[in-house]
Each structure stands twice: as structure tokens, then as C-alpha cells.
Design a protein around this ligand. Sequence first.
Ligand SMILES: [Zn+2]
Length: 138
Amino acid sequence: MGRGVYATEAIARGTCLVVCQGWIAPSDKLDDDWHAMQVGPDEWLCSAGGNLDDYINHSCDPNAGFVTGEPALFALRDIAAGDQIAWDYSTSIAEAGWQLRCLCGSATCRGMIRPWLELSEFDRDRLRPIALAFLREG
Ligand SMILES: [Zn+2]
């Protein structure tokens, strides 16, 4: 909380919002100072911070998602000026045991953000169309 990314103008459903930026590193080479987003079984897209995608918060009712399966976020619905952009972190994380308490406040909030395989089958089915490609099989 605190920082986030907000729309400065209305954005139409289907618009590409951001292509996530960074370099690829394996799990055992990650540095605590980096921002890292999992993009494969042992592949993390890393940055030193400062990219737009480093500041996008999680929501259990996201308005952005990985529609193509690639690490690029697309608008899942029309987004109004002033709305916060958010994606569901569980659609990229596979690391077992990882969890983060969720304060998104949406009606469908899961309370705890968990890795993909620890979601219920219901949630995985619901989120599969906006998950990264490497998770869609599971
Ligand atoms: Zn939530």
C-alpha cells in the first residue's frame, strides 16, 4: 500500500497497459534489493525498481491481467480516469509457500495472496485466462 499506479485518463478494455520490463534471472540468483516477478518455473523478471510495472498493486478483483500469457498487462474492463490499476499477483507466482496478506478490499478478496497452485480449483479456472503462460497448465 502507499504507492500505486492510477489511470490518468479513461482506458478502453483490451488496451495494453504495460509490457513488464527487466532482465531474467533464476531463483538462486535473486537479490533482495530487486523487484522480481516470476515468469517461468525458474525464471524471474527482475528490475532495480523504477519501472511502471514495479508499482502496480495486487487486487483479488483485478482490472488488468496477462491476457496473452506474456508478461504484459491488458485492461480487463473499461478503466475510468483516477482508478487504480491492479493485477492479481497469484497469476504469476508459483513459488510454494509464498504468501502476502491482502488488503485490496474487493468483495471477492481472498484475504491471503497465495501462489497459483495453492489457489482453489475454482479460482484457478477463473484466473487461468489472465495468468502467465507457464501457469495455465496447472
Ligand atoms: Zn484481496
